[in-house]
Design a binder for this molecule. Structure first.
Ligand code: NAD
Length: 276
């Protein structure tokens, strides 16, 4: 790999460094995952999309990424709550690309409700999809990354991996767990050219957040406008939503040689939320 990503004109050239590498991005049919898949394709990486959604829409996205950026793009319908499907997804990526160089564990769901009435089935689903899936996907790709002495694992955690909010017991527990997994695997792989980091975004206006606005309004007995102003953006001193492009850019940076010494880190990208 090139030692530097700065080209002769003094600008970063991540494409030259990362083109041809292969990535799986879980939960990339929507929101942050799709933004990350696009960001990785933009620098020339082949990407495996994953997640639920309308089959025709997913196929359109896959073709568009491939033709816009001249990369191979493929899709796995693996359900991240099912360990055997996660293993099959990694196997399918290896079959399609020859290797998995980058794994982005992004798939996630949310449920907002007080602990007394929080449905146990929702707890189980959130732990499975937001936490256990990262364990299963990581263990499926680490052996080949170790063998090649290069790999990048990026876990999309949350500001809720660092601090809590009421009514999100399962989500906050899962995201704190993701941080523990991140640190542990970072230590286990540190001498093998692999970095493992957790990105901790604040609020991004994706379908996941749009859905919790009415749920939060109900749980707190306030209007949806009040939820946006007094709950979501109140937590972020910038009073602005984080964008999927900003998270994608951080993910790309972590994949470069410039990011090689960052491992086991929790990287907040939350408009100052956890500085308070
Ligand atoms: P989103 O709802 O837009 O996207 C979630 C993706 O996960 C979709 O592609 C969906 O199909 C997929 N998915 C859900 N269940 C799945 C399953 N069982 N198997 C496979 N795929 C599944 O949500 P988002 O806001 O883009 O969230 C993505 C990640 O970012 C999540 O882990 C979330 O916790 C995290 N995050 C989001 C925010 C935010 O404000 N949006 C903030 C911090 C962290």
């Amino acid at each position: 790999m090139k030692a530097s990503v700065i080209d002769k004109a003094g600008t970063r050239d991540e494409r030259r460094e990362l083109a041809g590498k292969c990535a799986i991005v879980t939960g990339s049919t929507s929101g942050i995952g799709l933004g990350i898949a696009r960001g990785l394709a933009e620098v020339g990486m082949n990407v495996m999309l994953n997640g639920f959604g309308d089959t025709a829409d997913i196929e359109t996205t896959r073709r568009e990424l491939s033709s816009a950026f001249g990369v191979a793009a493929t899709y796995s319908a693996a359900d991240m709550s099912k360990p055997d499907e996660i293993e099959a997804m990694a196997e399918a990526a290896r079959a399609a690309f020859g290797s998995v160089d980058v794994l982005v564990n992004n798939a996630g769901i949310q449920h907002v409700e007080a602990i007394e009435t929080f449905p146990p089935a929702k707890w189980d689903a959130i732990i499975a999809i937001n936490l256990s899936s990262a364990f299963h996907a990581t263990r499926a790709v680490v052996p080949e990354m170790k063998a090649r002495e290069w790999g990048r694992i990026v876990n999309i955690a949350s500001a809720h991996a660092l601090v809590a909010s009421p009514f999100k017991s399962a989500y906050v527990a899962a995201k704190h767990g993701v941080l523990g997994l991140t640190k542990t695997v970072a230590l286990e792989t540190a001498e093998h050219g692999i970095t493992v980091n957790a990105i901790c975004p604040g609020y991004v206006l994706t379908p996941l957040v749009r859905k919790q606005i009415p749920e939060t309004a109900k749980a707190r007995g306030i209007t949806e406008e009040q939820v946006i102003r007094d709950v979501l953006l109140h937590a972020q001193p910038t009073r602005a939503f984080v964008t999927t492009e900003q998270i994608a850019a951080l993910t790309v940076f972590l994949c470069t040689g410039a990011g090689a010494s960052i491992t086991g880190a929790a990287l907040p990208i939350e408009g100052g939320w956890t500085a308070q």
